[in-house]
Structures are given as structure tokens and as C-alpha cells.
Design a protein around this ligand. Structure first.
Ligand code: PAF
Length: 289
């Protein structure tokens, strides 16, 4: 497996693959890889001829008071996992390569980014859209793989790809959970044992919302209120029901929606969500022990 640092080298590699008729799958990550990332890599390896994984902790998606400095960096394990799962390249540019002096161009996807994490972290989606656009330009994949745990990020990227005419298919893969329901996240590493237990409130809240919808409740305010009650032991940032495409709040659930939660547990901010369709019981229920 190769490690590539520079966008022109990355593009040259991708050009060769395309000239040989190979389809390129791409899994963008910030490292600290876990089973959620592994599921994206497996899917990419299964669907494409070659797979590129990027590892870049992107400074522009962190505000100054956030956890950029302490974000887990596990380079050796990440490289080994990428290779073991069948990736051909890890693309690992430096911050200097990505954002050289006088860097001044940013991508903003309006509206889709307004609520949920966009409201709490106003810098976040501008940083994500910008870095993903730059990674797409370097890797030039046919397909790119993202996890549904970051449902709003998926919606932002789908819209950016459509609006900016990137010839890339975006594949969204289901949330991967621990056996007790906690959504996998690189930030779970920050949790103490007690916080880890309290963090289960997020998936419990989602299950409660799903139950209400399954028993016929359609009023968003009532569903949100009940989900909030499940989050009593954590510091809730938001509980929201939004439409699955525009990520705008809905007053009544009458189509596909995302039930999304964000909360701080100790000093760790966690997010989770479930895609739900009224009249169709199921969704992707986290298992609750
Ligand atoms: O989801 C992530 O890990 C990051 O937001 C991404 C898409 C790699 C951009 O930095």
C-alpha cells in the first residue's frame, strides 16, 4: 500500500488507475479509525477496483475552543487497518499542503447547514465542505463513502456534489454501533466509564422517538419532548426532527425524517441520529441492552 502526501501525486496515481479502466472508491477520514470507518472501507473495496483512504485532521472544521489538538491521532494503527482491509493508497496531506500561506477559498453549502450541528458549530460545515472538495479534487474518485452517523454532513456533501458538478457518487452507510447501542465515534475514546454509560442516553432517546412514531405520534414537538426526557443525565445540545434532504425542522412527521440528537457528556460532544419513515416500523433501531 502506498502513502501519498501531495495532491499532484495523488491525481497522477488516480489518472493511471482510470486509464487502466479501474473504478476508484474513496473513504475520507480524520483517522482514529474504528469499525464505522472499516464498514466504509469494506464497502468501497467490494464496489470498486481500487480504494483510497484519506487521513487528515482538518483544522478548518474545528473552532479555536474545540478539540483539534487532542483529537486522537493513531497513524500506525490507521495505516495498518487501511492496508489490511484492502486499500491501495492512504492519502495523508499535511496542513501546510492543504492550507498554504494566504489560503483564502472556502465552500459554503447554504440552508442544508443551517440547523443542528450548523447552528451549534457555525464554522463546521464550511470547513468540511472545503476540505472534502479539495480531497475530491486530489483523489478524483468515482464513489465516495460517508457514515450516516454524520447525517447532516452527508446531506451537505450530497448537495455540494450536485451543485458543483462533481462526477462522484456519494454512498451513505448505516450507523455502526457498539453492542449496547452507542454509535461508534473517534471521540468515544474521550469517555470515562461513567460517561460511557451516560452516553447511552443518546441511542435510548432515538429508540423512544422511534417507538412514538411507530405508535402513530406525528407531532414533532411531542416526540422531541419525550426524547429530551431520555437525555436528562447529559447536557443536551439539540433534539430535532428534520426532513432527510434539506435538514429543515418539520412540525409534523409525514415523510422521511431524521431524528437527530447532540449532547455533551463530560467534556465530549456526541451526536447520533436515526432515519425514520412514518408508517414503516423499524428504522435502524439501536439495540438496547
Ligand atoms: O467525517 C469526517 O471524518 C470528516 O468530517 C471528513 C469528512 C473526513 C472531513 O474532514
Amino acid at each position: 500500500m502506498d502513502v501519498i502526501e501531495y495532491p499532484d501525486e495523488m491525481r497522477a496515481w488516480s489518472r493511471e488507475q482510470r486509464a487502466a479502466g479501474r473504478l476508484i472508491g474513496f473513504v475520507p477520514t480524520m483517522g482514529a479509525l474504528h469499525e464505522g470507518h472499516a464498514s466504509l472501507m469494506r464497502e468501497s473495496v467490494a464496489q470498486n477496483d481500487v480504494t483510497v483512504v484519506s487521513i487528515f485532521v482538518n483544522p478548518t472544521q474545528f473552532a479555536p475552543h474545540e478539540d483539534f489538538d487532542r483529537y486522537p491521532r493513531t497513524w500506525d494503527a490507521d495505516r495498518d487497518l487501511s492496508e489490511a482491509l484492502g486499500a491501495q493508497v492512504v492519502y495523508a496531506p499535511s496542513a501546510q499542503t492543504m492550507y498554504p500561506e494566504k489560503y483564502s477559498t472556502y465552500v459554503t453549502v447554504e440552508r442544508v447547514q443551517d440547523h443542528l450541528c450548523g447552528a451549534s458549530r457555525p464554522h463546521f460545515f464550511r470547513g468540511v465542505a472545503t476540505v472534502v472538495a479539495k480531497l475530491f479534487n486530489a483523489v478524483q474518485p468515482d464513489r465516495a463513502y460517508f457514515g450516516q452517523k454524520d447525517a447532516q454532513q452527508c446531506a451537505v456533501i450530497r448537495r455540494m456534489v450536485r451543485d458543483l458538478d462533481f462526477p462522484i457518487e456519494i454512498i451513505e452507510m448505516p450507523v455502526v454501533r457498539e453492542p449496547d447501542g452507542l454509535a461508534m465515534s473517534s471521540r468515544n475514546k474521550y469517555l470515562s466509564e461513567d460517561e460511557r454509560q451516560r452516553a447511552l442516553a443518546l441511542s435510548r432517546g432515538l429508540i423512544r422517538g422511534q417507538e412514538l412514531l411507530n405508535t402513530g405520534e406525528r407531532d414533532s414537538a411531542r416526540i422531541i419532548q419525550e426524547v429530551r426526557m431520555q437525555l436528562a443525565d447529559v447536557e443536551t445540545d439539540y433534539v430535532a426532527l428534520v426532513d432527510a434532504e434539506e435538514m429543515q425542522p418539520v412540525a409534523t412527521v409525514d415523510g422521511a425524517v431524521v431524528l437527530a440528537v447532540a449532547a455533551t457528556v463530560g467534556s465530549t460532544r456526541l451526536i447520533d441520529n436515526m432515519k425514520l419513515m412514518p408508517g414503516r416500523s423499524g428504522g435502524q433501531a439501536p439495540r438496547l441492552l
